[in-house]
Design a protein around this ligand. Structure first.
Ligand SMILES: *Cc1c(COP(=O)(O)O)cnc(C)c1O
Length: 437
């Protein structure tokens, strides 16, 4: 199967090219020419499958034998070595908890899958010597990516983060690793970090000197495994004998990668009645749905930092998948909440339903409650463990919160950080110095 660029349908690539380059040379994102439809019998049989079995089957269909079966099976099995529980809250709503991976955020599945697939391609290209993964982060992406690639031979990871804007728990999750992971503190904003990485991909001299790729959700390899969530939720509901005819998913959105994955699952035949996209005050997609005009803005910081995106990267993919603004409105209801509404939702759900939502998960939970109609079954996606924002959460619920061991083991380590201005020349010098010595 071939993949084409969102900016030019005649610009095509193989899966290997799409995944190892991440961004098309014309600046577009890669989308599959045609996703295969799953047989109906497969959907019926899913509820008997384990998570790795289901993941492998979906990946094998989606990637259309572009990766050898035994390699793909190992990649998926290695990726999914933790639970994705579907819980029912006291209020009767379903929440799919996507945060039980190594860094306790939903990106673990996407980044682990991508890391293993890139590693497979790297092993077939000794001439690349090193593969250099660049990732700008406001917190979650950096830790997830760094942990997925840590200690992988032949790979260097550069995590760029804005000074003063990433909480210590999250910073420690990538800056304590050392080895092949370099944490770069940029004296600037998250948008500056993003811009530095984008410029690096377009810089001729850098690309001749070293093999660069991106690990953000512009990389198609991140989107494939995120489809598992939606199929898995459907399979768990079927197992519980819940009627899945009118299934609605609420998704906390930032760069719209997770939402794009949901739409891909639907395109492959998963029966989904509607998606609900939910943003924080960075409500770029919400405004697009309401007005038909897509207007990126500077990123605003909020208490749900992983939702802070002023220019959602996967927007072009959403348009390719659904075709028109009208069709987008048919498939997606959009919501957006500010910090006060997020706090109110966390408090209320904790008080009334004894369920603790983190700020990212809270937006989806609230939108689902507002949007769901009688006769529909709703699942909201919970994307981060509340302890990742411990002090904020303790302030909101006015109670101390235990820290999972998984998070504390990072905090007590030394951090290795390289500090830099927000100028491209310094970044380029840092990369070239590491490569050429
Ligand atoms: C990245 C992230 C999101 C947003 O996902 P997108 O695919 O960028 O829309 C939501 N919640 C958490 C906790 C995240 O880390």
């Amino acid at each position: 199967m071939l993949y084409y660029s969102t900016t030019n349908p005649n610009h095509t690539a193989t899966l290997e090219q799409a995944v190892t380059r991440a961004l098309a040379a014309d600046g577009g994102l890669y989308v599959p020419q045609r996703l295969p439809r799953l047989p109906r019998a497969f959907l019926r049989n899913m509820s008997a499958m384990s998570l790795p079995e289901l993941g492998y089957a979906i990946a094998a269909y989606a990637l259309n034998s572009d990766v050898p079966a035994d390699v793909l099976r190992d990649i998926v099995t290695d990726t999914l070595n933790f639970d994705i529980p579907l819980v029912r809250t006291a209020g009767g709503n379903y929440v799919l908890e996507l945060f039980h991976g190594p860094t306790m955020a939903f990106k673990d599945v996407g980044t682990r899958f991508m890391a293993r697939l890139l590693n497979y391609y790297r092993s077939r290209h000794p001439e690349w010597r090193m593969l250099n993964v660049l990732v700008p982060t406001s917190g979650d992406t950096g830790s997830s990516v760094a942990n997925s690639f840590h200690d992988m031979p032949g790979v260097n990871v550069y995590v760029l983060y804005p000074r003063g804007a990433v909480p210590l728990i999250q910073r420690a999750q990538f800056a304590s690793l050392g080895g092949n992971v370099t944490a770069v503190e940029v004296n600037g904003s998250f948008d500056d970090c993003k811009r530095l990485v984008e410029r690096a991909f377009l810089d001729k001299e850098l690309n001749e000197a070293m093999r660069l790729t991106s690990a953000t959700s512009i990389n198609y390899a991140r989107l494939v495994p995120q489809m598992f969530y939606y199929f898995w939720a459907y399979a768990q509901l079927s197992k519980l004998k819940v009627d899945t005819d009118n299934l609605v998913f609420a998704v906390p959105c930032s760069n719209l990668g997770n939402l794009a994955s949901g739409l891909m699952a639907q395109a492959m035949g998963l029966p989904v009645k509607r998606f609900i996209s939910v943003e924080n005050q960075n409500n770029i997609f919400y405004n697009y749905v309401k007005t038909g005009v897509f207007t990126p803005k500077p990123t605003q910081y909020s208490i749900a930092p992983a939702l802070d995106a002023g220019s959602p990267t996967n927007f072009g993919r959403i348009v390719e998948l659904l075709g028109s603004h009208e069709n987008i409105c048919r498939h997606i209801h959009a919501y957006s909440y500010d910090d006060n509404q997020i706090i109110e939702t966390i408090r209320q759900t904790y008080r009334d339903e004894h369920y603790l939502l983190d700020p990212h998960s809270a937006v989806a939970y609230r939108a689902l409650a507002e949007d769901l109609q009688p006769g529909e079954i709703g699942v909201s996606l919970a994307t981060a463990h509340p302890a990742k924002l411990k002090s904020l959460m303790e302030g909101i619920i006015a109670e101390p919160m235990p820290m999972p061991e998984q998070l504390t083991r990072f905090i007590n380590s030394d951090l290795h950080v390289k500090k830099m201005s927000n100028g491209f020349t310094s970044f380029k010098r840092l990369l070239l110095h590491d490569t050429l010595g």
